[in-house]
Design a protein around this ligand. Structure first.
Ligand code: FES
Ligand code: MG
Length: 577
């Protein structure tokens, strides 16, 4: 048995135990809040990193849910300290929350480092909050549990189920094609987000919380529970109780986020029909744990792991609420059989295998089996070629199969406003075979890789009945998006990746089976264009955005800051007190 912590060896004891003036100040200031010494001395002090704010509808319930976490911590003999953290609402934060994922990661790490805490509960769910909190907490290395916000209830309008994001795009295209009235559109707005909780399609939020669970960082089954279900309240207090025990056990993230756990998370991501954003975040999280995950590993997993979750947008019918009623992530993981490494340890103290004992599926159409998948391969494929030497990502199951092998002329845009004006021009000179390209939208160029990658279908084509076409960019797209979109082209154009050399009319060739993406332009011509290329100005001249563009890595390595990566410098020592 590993050594259990004692009251004397708790990290927080360095702040509170010594008989000196500084510690006296810490004790006295805790008593200033009305606590008696016996309430906190010698007890595991648990940080609750709460990403609640008035500006995050997905986390609205965290304002109250945090009290359930505190209840659990107190029941188990710990002492809770709620520490608010950057809220990162996907709906409001511009130009993109991805610009701030690394900021949240820094904040999480430094909040934990600088405060007198022994363990942490991470409360997140809206897209970037999961990787941000997890990356920081992995780097800090204290025992921690991730508490997912849970998906919101299914959307509903006039008897139609509405899925977050996906149906907004779909109905907006109908509206642009003149087929949906303003009143109907308002009805969609009112019905598509009708409770707190994160997006309830298999978008980035549901994908990332499922990944957190399959990394072993949540209590078993936690990521599938709808936010508004009372099971979510009970799970929250259970998290509070469990984290206290984890501190005594000294169950730190390095024992959980192992190569086996990362492999499991990659397989689960593929089987859920994950958001393309999962790629960037998985790479970044694994690398924080010192595990050298690559795009090639993800592509290999994609070739062998079929999509089992029949959840929109990759699946056709269902939403996260259905997934929960069908047995949730435990049922899906049980169906993956020996694709998973069941020996991996989880925050529950049990192995993955032990947490899956008794897992049942109650609806085989919602959670398919390996011999009847939603899609025969995994959710994502990685492409390489002279347009993306370090890789690009596509979601084959979410696009029309006729684009899996495609060749067509490029129509290139250097800015988002330029692209937006063109797609709304009813006389735009474009054919269904064209490949629409947006560049300057990568990690440094965006900056922050905005979710612009699902370029709108031009009105000119919508009116002819087209609803999909091949698109390519160094941007990301929302996890709730769909269509033939090649994303995360690396290196990005802003730093001189070959995408910067593409010109209107160049033929782009995609061969999904061969995993290639090329521009049919000869090397001498590309060399000529490279010599003439001038690096664009950075968009932000001071402050955080300036720092971001200087330190962010490319998409194929997770777009972390260089100085936050494991191995950038020596491990950070505990603070002097
Ligand atoms: Fe928060 Fe989609 S907007 S998860
Ligand atoms: Mg999203």
């Amino acid at each position: 048995m590993p050594q259990r912590k004692t009251a004397d060896t708790l990290r927080s004891a360095r702040w509170f135990a010594p008989d000196d003036l500084r510690s006296s100040g810490h004790r006295s200031r805790t008593m200033q809040m009305g606590y008696d010494l016996q309430e906190f001395m010698g007890k595991p002090i648990i940080a609750i990193l709460n990403t609640w704010s008035d500006a995050n509808p997905c986390h609205a319930h965290f304002k109250h849910r945090v009290e359930d976490v505190k209840r659990g911590i107190l029941q188990a003999g710990g002492f809770p300290l709620e520490l608010p953290a950057l809220s990162l609402s996907e709906s409001y934060v511009k130009p993109t929350t991805m610009l701030y994922r690394n900021m949240l990661a820094m904040e999480a790490e430094e909040l934990l480092r600088s405060h007198p805490v022994d363990g942490a509960v991470l409360m997140g769910g809206c897209d970037k909050t999961t990787p941000g909190l997890v990356m920081g907490a992995i780097s800090m290395g204290l025992p921690m549990i991730y508490l997912p916000a849970g998906p919101m209830l299914r959307g509903n309008y006039q008897g139609q189920q509405l899925g977050s994001g996906s149906d907004a795009w779909k109905y907006w295209d109908e509206r642009r094609a003149g087929l949906l009235s303003e009143a109907d559109w308002v009805g969609v707005e009112q019905g598509i987000a009708r409770s707190y909780g994160h997006c309830m399609t298999m978008g980035t939020a549901s994908t990332m919380t499922a990944i957190a669970e399959s990394l072993g960082l949540t209590l078993p089954g936690a990521s599938s529970i709808p936010a508004a279900d009372s099971n979510h309240i009970r799970m929250s207090s259970a998290v509070g109780r469990r984290i206290v025990e984890m501190v005594w056990e000294d169950l730190v993230p390095s024992k959980i986020v192992t190569q086996a756990a990362v492999n499991n998370a990659v397989a689960v991501a593929m089987a859920t029909g994950c958001s393309t954003n999962a790629v960037v975040h998985l790479l970044a999280m694994a690398r924080r744990a010192g595990i050298p995950l690559t795009l090639d590993d993800l592509d290999a997993a994609g070739r062998t792991t079929p999509v089992l979750a029949n959840i929109r947008p990759t699946g056709k019918t269902y939403l996260m609420e259905d997934f929960y009623y069908a047995g949730g992530l435990r049922a899906l993981m049980a169906k993956l059989g020996n694709i998973l490494d069941t020996s991996a340890l989880t925050v529950s103290g049990l192995t993955v295998g032990e947490t899956l004992e008794g897992a049942k599926c109650f609806n085989d159409d919602v959670i398919r089996s390996l011999d009847n998948p939603v899609y025969h391969e995994g959710s994502l494929a990685v492409l390489k070629g002279n347009l993306a030497p370090n890789g690009a990502v596509i979601k084959p199951a979410a696009c029309d199969a006729r684009f899996h092998k495609h060749q067509g002329p490029a129509l290139v845009f250097d800015t988002y406003p330029e692209m937006k004006a063109a797609v709304d021009d009813e006389n735009l000179d474009i054919t269904p075979d064209h490949v629409m390209v947006l560049r300057g939208a990568g990690p440094q160029g965006g900056p922050g890789m905005p979710e612009w990658g699902m370029l709108p279908i031009p009105k000119a084509l919508l009116k002819q009945g087209h609803r999909d076409m091949l698109r390519l960019s160094d941007a990301r797209m929302s996890g709730t998006s769909y269509g033939a979109c090649i994303l995360h082209v690396s290196p990005e154009s802003h730093v001189g990746g070959p995408l910067a050399l593409l010109q209107n009319g160049d033929i782009i060739k995609l061969d999904l089976e061969a995993r290639t993406i090329d521009m049919l332009v000869d090397d001498a011509e590309l060399e000529r264009r490279r010599k003439a290329w001038i690096r664009p100005e950075d968009k932000i001249g001071r402050g955080y955005g300036w720092m971001f563009a200087r330190h962010v890595g490319q998409a194929d390595t997770g777009a972390d800051f260089d100085f936050l990566e494991t191995g950038f410098g020596p491990a950070v020592a505990e603070p002097d007190i």
